[in-house]
Design a binder for this molecule. Structure first.
Ligand code: UGA
Length: 436
């Protein structure tokens, strides 16, 4: 099949490379000439495990190509995916759909023969209708269908998630388009991934509902963690006890500093706005978003408390900056709020992250000192804070860490260590929700 991916960002690139790996002929398109030239040379603009190899292999096999020219590939395509960004709009929090609609207009001009236009970007309910209207208006005679096919990839595990999905959601009532989408994902049938055929609007909402529910699960366990600290209970055991109930499930019950990233914060906000617009506010999601925002900054206060009530003129070592391990993505990372809160309280910040420091430099206050590794980071510090659970922070030489620090205080916002283990080394150790 001939497939075009409009937008070679995170979703477009991963989806394009994986579809090429299934044997399809895929063209990835982007407006940024520099990005396309780099991709042609095999340089990947994002950090995602396994992606560079996948791109290289499929490009070498002639199944994956990159170009800034949309019209040629779209005119020959069976399916054209729209995988451009949908950032939160400045000011009102709605998803900014200008890139999606611009892509729709360009695609419309190039259509030739029956083509399925697929929205892969996370888009509010009704966006597919608008894409269809735009294309129909520009090309009344064109033979096409617009399908919603949301993606459920996690950064850091995106290739695995694409190739072994829990489900594939295909939103269209057009049977011909359903057939084309079936062919696109046929290799996955072999892995018996369930295919859910729904209406277009249902598919669009399913994506937001899934992300909002996961964000709710995390926020719920984070509140339980706070309660555990007060009543002397252990949140990890509470999560285990809850998660063994199949109706609840054990995943996404890790208490931490609050969720971040490019999806949950943006998508919860967009869902809240859409629901308000339709006069059916999603009160639970509104609360989740507000509680999570407050939590990130509250983690700064937790560090202050661990330091005896003040961090003025103290040095704090921040271990991990990205919103989670396995990515260089700093968008809405808890570290942004934590570092700012600590700096506002008068602390000097030293920081280390294996992948995210370049991105962090643009977002964190300029006074932050960046270090080459965890040990350099903790040198002379009055407290060390694990903000992101990178594997290299799971096996630190704690004797060495303690000997390098000015005061042996470890705040573990991801519950990476066991309290006894760290306290036995002479640390003051503060974790999340493990009162006992
Ligand atoms: C998320 C969803 O998991 C994907 O299914 C979805 O496709 C994607 O958004 C998207 O909409 O594009 P992602 O943002 O890459 O994926 O990252 P997650 O692994 O979901 O983590 C999000 C945040 O939640 C991180 O800050 C992580 O540290 C936090 N988290 C996650 C917790 O604090 N506790 C948990 O138990 C799980």
């Amino acid at each position: 099949m001939k497939i075009v991916m409009v937008g070679s960002g995170y979703v477009g690139l991963v989806s394009g490379a994986c579809l090429a790996d299934f044997g399809h002929d895929v063209t990835c398109i982007d407006k940024l000439e520099g990005k396309i030239e780099a991709l042609k040379r095999g340089e990947i603009p994002i950090f995602e495990p396994g992606l560079a190899d996948l791109v290289k292999t499929n490009a070498a096999a002639g199944r994956l190509s990159f170009t800034t020219d949309l019209s040629g590939p779209v005119s020959r395509a069976d399916a054209v995916f729209i995988a451009v960004g949908t950032p939160s709009r400045r000011g009102d929090g709605f998803a900014d759909l200008s890139y999606v609609y611009a892509a729709a207009r360009e695609i419309a001009q190039a259509l030739d023969g029956y083509t399925v236009i697929v929205t892969k970007s996370t888009v509010p309910v009704g966006t597919g209708d608008e894409v269809e209207r735009i294309v129909r208006e520009l090309r009344p005679e064109a033979d096409f269908a617009v399908v919603s096919n949301p993606e459920f990839l996690r950064e850091g595990a995106a290739i695995e998630d694409f190739k072994r999905p829990d489900r594939i959601v295909i939103g269209t009532e057009d049977l011909r388009a359903q057939g084309v989408m079936g062919d696109v994902y046929r290799p996955l049938y072999l892995n018996s991934a369930p295919i859910l055929n729904t209406s277009r609007r249902t598919a669009e909402l399913t994506k937001y509902a899934a992300n909002a529910f996961l964000a709710t699960k995390i926020t719920f366990i984070n509140e339980m963690a706070d309660l555990c600290e007060q009543v002397g209970a252990n949140v990890q055991d509470v999560a285990r006890g809850m998660g063994l109930d199949n109706r609840i499930g054990s995943k996404f019950l890790h208490a931490g500093p609050g969720y971040g990233g490019s999806c949950f914060p943006k998508d919860t906000l967009a869902l809240i706005k859409t629901a308000q617009d339709y006069g059916t506010p999603t009160r639970i999601v509104e609360t989740v978003a507000a509680v999570n925002d407050q939590r990130k900054r509250a983690m700064g206060r937790k560090v202050v408390a661990a330091c005896g009530g003040s961090v003025r003129d103290k040095t704090i070592a921040v271990l991990g900056l990205t919103f989670k391990p396995g990515t260089d993505d700093m968008r809405d990372a808890p570290s942004l709020s934590i570092v700012t809160a600590l700096q506002d309280a008068g602390a000097r910040i030293r920081a280390f992250d294996p992948e995210g420091m370049e991105q962090a430099k643009a977002l964190l206050p300029p006074e932050v000192i960046y270090c080459a590794d965890a040990y350099e980071c903790v040198a002379g510090a009055d407290a060390a804070v694990i903000v992101t659970e990178w594997n290299i922070f799971r096996a630190l030489d704690l004797d060495r860490v303690r000997s390098l620090m000015n005061a042996a205080v470890l705040v573990d916002l991801r519950n990476v260590y066991r309290a006894e283990q760290v306290r036995a080394k002479g640390f003051t150790y503060v974790d999340i929700g493990r009162g006992v």
